[in-house]
Ligand binder design. Structure first.
Ligand code: PGA
Length: 258
């Protein structure tokens, strides 16, 4: 069977003016030259996309947005549509991040619409699911992530699901410095993969990439990536430091620095 290609994505959140983001991109371009065995994605703020795009040209690093609206255009003040992102050079978009779900009223329905918009307009959706601490403490983790996954992928074809990258991000681990243990993460990754298999068939589940996110750092990435169902990482805080992100992309000495 073909191995899944690892993917490491940096979510820059609301950090970086256009010039700061371009400087970070230049540092990453230099550091990551020669990395060929890992797909690398960075998601700057919208206002920095145009500044970062030319820096990343011919690097293989994929430009992504941090969100996308479900409609192709319309009277939606403050939103950004998939065709706009595509023209701005994006190849991917983060969808359903817990900060969107928790702070900005994102629901399973809106997440589903945003996943579809990505697929309709050639963007790779990075679909985030994850439970809160209260949900974990109430032993509801599996129900919560299954519900989020099923809702987001409802009605898609197996071929479409193959183009979705899933990210398991326990809310209690995001920005807290408290990472899920590799065993905790693996349990949920294996569960999500099995669920994809039940809904869309074994080949889709085998090929689907599932990233872990939540306080991923240079000192925990190797153990996380040693788990059989963890195919990469969605990195927040540590993606803002070129040195740390570089080390995460080169997990387990996979692509040692020359
Ligand atoms: P963190 O964020 O790495 O800072 O915990 C991860 C994320 O929000 O995607």
């Amino acid at each position: 069977m073909v191995a899944r290609r690892p993917l490491v994505a940096g979510n820059w959140k609301m950090y970086g003016t256009a010039s700061e983001a371009a400087a970070l991109a230049r540092a990453l371009k230099e550091r990551l030259a020669g990395v060929e065995s890992v797909d690398v994605v960075v998601a700057p703020p919208y206002t920095a996309l145009h500044a970062v795009r030319p820096v990343l040209q011919h690097t293989g690093i994929v430009l992504a947005a941090q969100n996308v609206h479900w409609a192709a255009k319309g009277a939606f003040t403050g939103e950004i549509a998939a065709p706009m992102l595509q023209e701005a050079g994006c190849g991917a978009a983060i969808v359903g991040h817990s900060e969107r779900r928790q702070l900005f009223g994102e629901t399973d329905d809106t997440v589903r619409g945003r996943v579809r918009a990505c697929l309709d307009h050639g963007l790779m959706p990075i679909l985030c699911v994850g439970e809160t601490l209260a949900e974990r403490d109430a032993s509801r983790t599996l129900d919560v992530v299954r519900g989020q996954l099923d809702a987001a992928l409802d009605g898609l074809t197996p071929e479409q699901v193959l183009r979705v990258v899933l990210a398991y991000e326990p809310v209690w681990a995001i920005g807290t410095g408290r990472t899920a243990t590799p065993a905790q993460a693996e349990e949920i990754h294996a569960f999500l993969r099995a669920r994809i298999g039940t809904s869309f068939g074994a080949p889709v589940s085998h090929h689907s990439r599932i990233l872990y996110g939540g306080s991923v750092k240079p000192d925990n990435i190797d153990d996380l990536m040693a788990q059989p169902d963890i195919d990469g990482a969605l990195v927040g805080g540590a993606s803002l430091k070129a040195e740390d992100f570089d080390r995460i992309v080169r997990f387990r000495g996979l692509t040692p620095r020359p």
